[in-house]
Design a protein around this ligand. Structure first.
Ligand SMILES: Cc1ncc(COP(=O)(O)O)c(C=O)c1O
Length: 398
């Protein structure tokens, strides 16, 4: 057991350490770095490295490798569906989460209901997309954070009425790791008769998410962060019961009822979520992302979530002990895999951490760290020691 796990902390999650150490060996970056930039890009694993090569080998050996690449695309749809408690016919693969949502926006004319409710912890790309809908008649209503940096479900109430077409929320805030109570917000959105759109890009892969249990209508995510894949794969889940009502006007041959049918005289959308797809998929990231997701599933998301919760609780405790100021909520109810720390000069702090072998990122002048099943309690102590070396760049409680 790691020396950094203090004996006075008895936590059942500690029993996972041997498995964590074995998992960590599969990620080459840990040979000489402490990777904490998981909220930006997860670490590359051995199976993804191999999958990347397999893509090239298939191209080199087969020439046109469609016959193996397209089944992998379908396998990825099925695997992601299973991961979130959905069915394969409810999943579309796009090149980015925003692209998938952009296709969804073409289904709405904003005439019967014209408002969109967006929370202020939304990823800017998603918020920008909803604002762009103003050109087509939509009105955006914003749900703000309170003075404690929280967005509670009841803050949505004043924004929800019969004119709201949909509410679009981020499960986890990209800049401070705030975790929204997705289930509670969803009840309120549905009571108002609106569609519920959840961006789980910063959550999926780090915690269990079941779209049916949470009663989510539409969900997007991507594989490059916690799902151990590559940029170029964005997933969109669309609840089966909604598919008959949604008819995107952006399409392409991979969104048609019969992908191989090369008609030029008509448009026949696929009956399922495939209708939200467009042209040729990004095949290399499909190989990568399938390998990463399968590895993640082989561990089991329950264990991953347990370990991450243990680690982030410990990070918060150590930061507070050392007098640093987290930008992340202190109440574990509102916490995710990300722990952000307030800095005096976030850019300089991230540069200094990088020069000492710790990867992190900054937003809003916070140093963002994010924790996964391959991070250990020793990583926490390395972070704390290094922060102590650059204390002048960080905000402190004294
Ligand atoms: C919450 C959230 N949503 C979406 C994205 C990315 O979206 P896209 O795939 O459209 O680039 C990110 C990337 O950082 C994110 O943090």
């Amino acid at each position: 057991m790691s020396s950094a796990i203090r004996e006075d902390i008895a936590n059942p999650a500690e029993a996972l350490l041997p498995e964590v150490l074995a998992f960590r060996k599969r990620f080459p970056i840990f040979k000489d770095k402490v990777h904490l930039a998981n909220n930006a890009m997860g670490a590359v694993c051995d199976v993804m490295e191999q999958a990347h090569r397999d893509y090239l080998d298939d191209r080199i050996n087969l020439g046109a490798s469609w016959e193996v690449a397209i089944p992998k695309h379908e396998e990825l749809r099925a695997s992601f569906a299973d991961f979130i408690g959905a069915k394969q016919n409810e999943i579309a693969i796009a090149y980015a989460a925003t692209q998938a949502l952009g296709t969804l926006t073409t289904c709405f004319d904003w005439k019967d209901k014209s408002s969109v409710v967006v929370d202020d912890f939304s990823f800017p790309s998603v918020a920008q997309l909803w604002h762009a809908q103003a050109q087509r008649g939509a009105k955006v209503r914003r749900v703000a954070e309170d003075e404690n940096g929280l967005i509670l479900p009841e803050y949505f109430d004043e924004h929800l009425d019969g004119d709201v077409k949909l509410a679009s929320v981020a499960q986890v805030c990209y800049k401070n790791g705030h975790l929204l109570d997705v289930a509670e917000v969803g009840k309120r959105v549905h009571d108002a008769g609106a569609l519920y759109v959840v961006d789980s890009y910063q959550g999926c892969g780090s915690r269990e998410i079941n779209v049916r249990d949470l009663d989510i209508d539409i969900m997007v995510a991507g594989t490059v962060k916690y799902m151990l894949g590559s940029p170029g794969v964005g997933f969109m889940y669309v609840k089966e019961e909604l598919l008959d009502q949604l008819h995107p006007s952006v399409t392409g041959w991979f969104g048609q009822a019969t992908p191989g049918a090369m008609y030029i005289d008509k448009h026949e959308e696929a009956p399922d979520a495939v209708k939200f797809q467009s042209g040729t998929p990004a095949l290399s990231p499909v190989y990568d992302s399938l390998a990463g997701l399968e590895l993640l599933k082989s561990i089991g998301i329950g264990k991953i979530e347990t370990w991450i919760n243990f680690m982030t609780a410990r990070v918060m405790e150590r930061l507070l002990e050392e007098g640093y100021v987290p930008a992340t909520p202190t109440d574990p109810k509102y916490r995710s895999a990300q722990v952000a720390i307030k800095a005096k000069d976030g850019d300089a702090a991230v540069r200094e951490l990088a020069s000492k072998g710790i990867t992190s990122t900054t937003r809003d002048n916070n140093v963002r760290t994010a924790w996964h099943f391959y991070n250990t309690p020793d990583d926490i102590e390395v972070l704390i020691t290094t922060l102590n070396d650059i204390r002048h760049l960080m905000l402190t409680a004294d």
